[in-house]
Design a protein around this ligand. Structure first.
Ligand code: M6R
Length: 369
């Protein structure tokens, strides 16, 4: 059932191009317009929503953080992302015009379920983004957009994460379409790129051998830091979470701009620091800033592991290890930049002799609060 792979996680990483393609299937028309009629929330409700609140846990929370960038940029609807476990305890402000998006692979996560019940009690509409047909979270929501990742067995979430991103992009674009906001050239370019993105993920998977070798060489380390900006920041958080749960290593993700506000004090000789570099096209000012960050940490002895777009030559002189990813529109980059981090964590866990599919102390779905 592992299809020739040693671990479910490896199989599920390899299945990501298909999972992404299946989640897109039938949802973009030949005319480039989104077809999400299955989301049975009337367009009027979507048009009138004045706030979006995303609730989720763990990896699904990171998908939500990335979704916020896309939703606010493409729809101009204010969007908050909240850990489901914190949500109902802080008396959140919700109303009839709040659209709550609950993201969950399993559809059974108790923290997320309790948060969505609280949201509905306050009169908000809840839309679930879920991978498990007929599970509790979609059953208790007003509507559901299913991800089509297929069953995810490994505790560490991989293909579900990529499909959560795809579903959130589709939703953000659909909201933009319904509301008539920003439906311009940028959106068309993004829709076209989404149609090709499964192939790009496949290309990344084909180039992972150096990442595996690098991971093995770091098996004796205690700490790895991850830096990113913009949508690369949640990717850094996700890279760190994968490493914690699989390799049992101290791993932390930071927004690169925060370095000088504290974390840079952690940098010491030969400390591995993974940096997710934004595209030099698009928001190029962020790119230039992160290049300076890489120089700063390297000058203090960090071993820099740089994930950057093909053709981005500016980072090369400061990268001890350079991992290339295909060029994508800025907001879609997490679909390709996360993949090396999954492979990295999986290989490090293996090298450290850990149980990859069943990390200690963890369960696949967390059905207690
Ligand atoms: O089933 P869910 O998506 O609701 O699960 C949420 C988290 O428990 C889950 O993503 C967890 O963080 C993963 N083990 C991370 O790899």
């Amino acid at each position: 059932e592992k299809g020739g792979y040693d671990y479910f996680m490896l199989k599920e990483i390899a299945e990501q191009p298909k999972a992404v393609a299946d989640t897109l299937l039938g949802r973009i028309g030949a005319d480039g317009r989104l077809r999400l009629d299955e989301v049975r929330i009337p367009d009027a409700v979507l048009r009138e929503a004045d706030k979006i609140v995303i609730i989720a846990c763990g990896t699904a929370f990171h998908a939500g953080l990335i979704a916020k960038y896309a939703i606010e940029h493409w729809t101009r609807i204010p969007c908050e992302v909240e850990l489901a476990s914190e949500f109902r305890y802080r008396d959140p402000i919700l109303g009839q015009r709040t659209l709550v998006i609950a993201i969950s692979q399993s559809g059974e996560t108790m923290d997320t379920l309790m948060a969505l019940r609280h949201a509905r009690e306050q009169g908000a509409k809840v839309l679930a983004v879920c991978n498990t047909n007929g599970s509790t979270i979609p059953r208790e929501s007003d509507a559901v957009l299913y991800t089509h990742a297929g069953p995810e067995v490994a505790v560490a979430s991989t293909k579900a994460f990529l499909t959560q991103l795809v579903a959130c992009y589709l939703l953000a674009l659909y909201l933009g379409q319904v509301r008539g906001t920003k439906w311009g050239d940028e959106i068309h370019a993004v829709v076209r790129e989404l149609a090709r993105i499964a192939d790009e993920v496949e290309r990344v998977l084909e180039t992972m051998e150096p990442v595996r070798a690098l991971a093995r060489s770091l098996a004796g380390k205690n700490t790895v830091l991850f830096l990113g900006r913009h949508v690369g920041y949640p990717v850094a958080l996700e890279g760190a979470l994968k490493l914690k749960e699989l390799a049992y290593m101290h791993a932390e993700g930071f927004a690169a701009g925060e370095l000088k506000h504290g974390p840079i004090a952690l940098i010491e000789e030969d400390l591995p620091v993974v940096v997710v570099v934004p595209s030099p096209r698009g928001r190029s000012v962020l790119h230039d800033k992160i290049v300076s960050n890489i120089q700063e940490i390297r000058a203090r002895g960090a071993r820099t592991i740089v994930i950057a777009e093909e053709g981005d030559e500016a980072v090369a002189p400061y990268a001890d290890h350079l991992i290339r990813i295909p060029a994508t529109p800025t907001l879609l980059q997490p679909l390709v930049s996360t993949v090396p981090l999954q492979v990295f964590a999986c290989e490090l866990a293996t090298a450290r002799g850990n149980e990859v599919d069943q990390p200690r102390n963890l369960a696949k779905s967390v059905t207690v609060e």
